[in-house]
Design a protein around this ligand. Sequence first.
Ligand code: NAP
Length: 497
Amino acid sequence: MTLPTSELATASSVCDLTVVGGTGDLALRKLLPALYQSERRGNLAPGTRVIGGSRHDLDDAGYRAMVREAVHTHVPAHELDETVIERLLDRVRHVVVDADSPEGWDELHGVLKQAESDDVVRVFYLAVAPRLFGPICQRLDDIGVVEPTSRVVLEKPLGTDLASARRINDAVGQVFDEPQIFRIDHYLGKESVQNLLVTRFANTFLEPLWNSRWIDHVQITAAETLGVGERSGYYDTSGALRDMVQNHLLQLLCLVAMEPPTYVGRETVRDEKLKVLQALKPMSPEDVDRDTVRGSYAAGVVDGAEVPAYADELGRPSQTETFVALRAEVQNWRWAGVPFYLRTGKRMDRRTSEIVVVFKAPPHAMFPGSEGATEPNRLHIRVQPDEGMHLHMTVKEPGPGGIRLRPATLDLSYATAFDAVSPEAYERLLLDVLKGNPTLFMRRDEVEAAWAWVEPVLQRWSSLDERPDEYPAGSSGPAAAEALLERDGRTWQETDR
Ligand code: NAP
């Protein structure tokens, strides 16, 4: 099949990348180090500029010093190269802008007008609180810098519920058309997540098994050892369902469950993901009570250190969950009757993001008298750390004297299988923005479909006026999360590496 070549952007355009919020944590810890890596690999087109925008009273030299320090702090020492840093800094400028005031925006207009040609693509990365997305887009429009080729990048959280997500999308949509809007979910920038598509659709052996006939259930876990720390004020207005499930976990679920698109193009993958979100079984209040678990970490020990409870970090009791486990169903021909168990939490016993596809047990036990049990096959797809996948199989233990069954693992670790180190998700996603490739970004209809599914859970929880179950920091979550699977005769598959 010949792919539509217009879909396959390969080179980054010459861009003026304006990062509003250029002095913030996200910009300094993730975006500028990612741009450094792109510079190091020769992936930034000559003439591309990076313009930081914030209310900080900084000139170009002051901002360059800040960027230099950020690169030194957040790029591994063995990857630092002063000539590359200088090349990056040559591209960097700063303008003082305030989303809440018209002051300063003319300066941005002036800087953008100095672009080396009329073909330069303007990219606006909004690394600020979502309440500022609408006002900033309006100011960009007011100063006349938004062109049909311009792009805007939005960071999560895209709203706190369906109505607020719609408001943000409406406000941004007044200035930018949908194809110009790039909504980041950094999980989609991870190698292993993209490899999931390749593994499913560029090989033939899995696809015939990838359905309710052969798959028993799917588990998706995103566990962190960190607590909320200094972000407790923000986090308490959000919680694990909004912060992780509505976006990252549902996106992973979509990639596991989606149908093969005709080809991998701008809209085709997103069309298929949307169909999965629309096929999720809506949760009634009874479903929420039965199929969801909320937790909040109590004091405990993580990595050998004593850590306080969430409520103590916050300074007051709270009903906000730092852990969620839930059971979802995709109501379509392929997945009917296959539960998808999702789980995420802070202050867990390990840091891991992983998808586990658990296959059905063999239909017939044909090794009577053999030592050892036949375990169902499991495909583990590790998103982080140590990206890769491994397949659990049952094999014969070598040697004479009868058949002894043993579990064994086919292992593909990216770090050992390939010399190249996986780029950070932000590096890949930023390059995709510069190339104008939206495949790995969330479309408005996806974001809103995800909120529509999550909303009944939020509503039910808020109507109950109950505190989440406590779990000790450094554990695998509340006991009710274990019971959620035990009820179905299953257990969580803990990472065994
Ligand atoms: P942050 O450290 O508080 O930085 C916010 C940035 O926005 C600063 O540069 C700040 O600079 C600027 N800013 C604030 N108010 C402004 C205004 N009225 N006009 C212009 N600039 C303004 O926040 P962050 O952690 O970088 O997060 C930014 C956004 O990304 C948030 O929505 C966050 O939820 C999201 N996010 C962050 C991360 C992360 O790892 N940090 C990850 C995913 C998503 P001045 O105060 O100098 O103006």
